[in-house]
Design a protein around this ligand. Structure first.
Ligand SMILES: Nc1nc2c(ncn2[C@@H]2O[C@H](COP(=O)(O)OP(=O)(O)O)[C@@H](O)[C@H]2O)c(=O)[nH]1
Ligand SMILES: [Mg+2]
Length: 423
């Protein structure tokens, strides 16, 4: 199992209205990154995210699935959430452990109630985000109209990064706004340079200006240069974009066709380049015994602390929990303190999971696998089938934090409580 240092991890939640294309986008990303060799379809019930019997029957997501994807040597833990409000508990659990979000907007439907809800959740949790407008392969979709709609609602933070080039109703390429360059898809993941189509030249100038304004706002010196009519280098633009995305001052808008697997590589590149690693955020808690503040900060050399964001009871696997490790290294057979229940519990094994399949690491004591559990911040490879709705579905309350006896970390919101592996 690969070992990823914390800076090589991204925890990203997918949010949006039910049916906007979240699961299909995850499916496309998994395929482009080589995790799968075929593209599953929600309608055929064979996607890697919607593997539960009930999800296959209903043809939509009911639970949050963790799908880890490696891209450019970075492990991205995607959390595919249900869009329907009946399952909002699943969404909130995922948001609590994510460090950034992709809000998916249907190209056909535009901004919907679920989009607004997703935006609100990101605001509330201070999540950096990008917006993916999908279905760019479908009839009568208008990317520019949706950008206008987003700008009307959310202001000038929404900055287009990639613009579709369509011929008729087909998505045939894209314009990279930062580079002012156009590319056409040339089959099998290939792209070739092409001219910016004449009818998109005005849009390119408008979007480029919006991006330059956002770049200028990241730095006083840049602002002076912007007013002097100076231009920025690509490195300066990339650096400034990253800063403004982290701060929530800019929300890139990009696009895709999930079913035809187009522009997916640019979305993965942006996730790696623009989103923060877990340790770019501070995380503090309280030592239950002394009341002293504890800076967990995802530091492996500190005392163990973790947040269990989802507990599942499976008829075959028993009870297991998905954890986000906030400090230290958690190993199989550790004795952990459950801060909410006030007792000690022992974990049996650490497992790395990805949607339907599961890989067990009984010896998570080895630095490699342990670190990957820890620094992954989320479990990371195949996981067992989840509890079916008929057998007591949704995880009740957020689970309880289990921490080794040493300093107990409890963070007001994130590490409120935890239930842990007790199969
Ligand atoms: N044409 C087209 N259909 C899409 C695209 N993305 C998703 N869909 C379809 O939209 C429907 C809902 O997609 P799904 O991924 O389940 O949405 P979710 O509820 O947000 O996870 C499915 O029938 C998908 O095949 C896309 O990019 N293009
Ligand atoms: Mg779904």
């Amino acid at each position: 199992m690969n070992v990823y240092t914390t800076d090589k991890i991204r925890n990203v939640v997918l949010l949006g209205h039910g049916g906007c294309g979240k699961t299909s986008l995850v499916e496309a990303m998994a395929n482009v990154a080589g995790l799968t060799s075929r593209i599953g379809k929600v309608t055929d019930g064979n996607t890697i995210s919607d593997y539960d019997k009930e999800e296959i029957r209903r043809k939509f997501s009911i639970h949050t699935s963790v799908v880890p994807i490696e891209w450019n040597n970075v492990k991205i833990n995607f959390l595919d959430t249900p869009g329907f409000f009946d399952f909002i508990g699943e969404v909130e659990e995922a948001v609590a452990v994510a460090d950034a979000a992709i809000i998916v907007v249907s190209g056909k439907a535009g901004v919907e109630v679920g989009t607004e809800k997703a935006w609100e959740l990101c605001e509330k949790n201070g999540l950096p985000r990008i917006i993916v407008v999908d279905e760019m392969d479908a009839e009568n979709v208008n990317f520019h109209r949706i950008v206008e709609e987003l700008t009307e609602r959310y202001g000038k933070e929404t900055v287009p990064f990639y613009v579709p080039i369509r011929e008729g109703d087909k998505l045939v390429g894209y314009i990279n706004i930062a580079k002012k360059a156009a590319r056409k898809f040339a089959g099998a993941g290939k792209r070739v340079e092409c001219d910016v189509p004449a009818d998109l030249e005005d849009d390119l100038e408008t979007y480029y200006d919006t991006m330059m304004e956002a770049v200028a706002e990241t730095d006083d010196e840049y602002m002076d240069r912007y007013f002097d009519g100076d231009t920025f280098t690509l490195e300066e633009i990339t650096g400034a974009n990253k800063k403004s995305v982290h701060e929530g001052a800019a929300v890139p808008v990009t696009m895709s066709s999930n079913t035809e697997v187009l522009n997916i590589h640019n979305i993965l590149n942006d996730v790696v380049e623009l989103f923060p690693a877990p340790n770019e955020k501070k995380i503090t808690g309280k030592n239950d015994k002394t009341g002293a503040e504890f800076n967990a900060d995802f530091d492996p050399s500190k005392a163990k602390s973790a947040y269990v964001f989802k507990t599942i009871v499976d008829p075959f696997m028993g009870k297991y929990s998905l954890i986000k490790v906030c400090s230290g290294i958690i190993k199989s057979d550790d004795v952990l303190y459950n801060a909410a229940a006030g007792n000690e519990e022992s974990s049996t094994s650490c497992t790395s999971c990805a949607a339907v399949s599961r890989k067990k690491f009984p010896n998570c004591r080895r630095a490699t696998s342990v670190r990957s559990v820890k620094q992954a911040a989320l479990p990371a490879t195949p996981c067992p089938p989840r509890l079916s709705p008929s057998s007591s579905r949704r995880p009740t309350s957020p689970s309880r934090t289990s921490i080794r006896r040493t300093p107990l970390v409890r963070r007001a919101r994130k590490i409120r409580s935890l239930r842990h592996l007790a199969s």
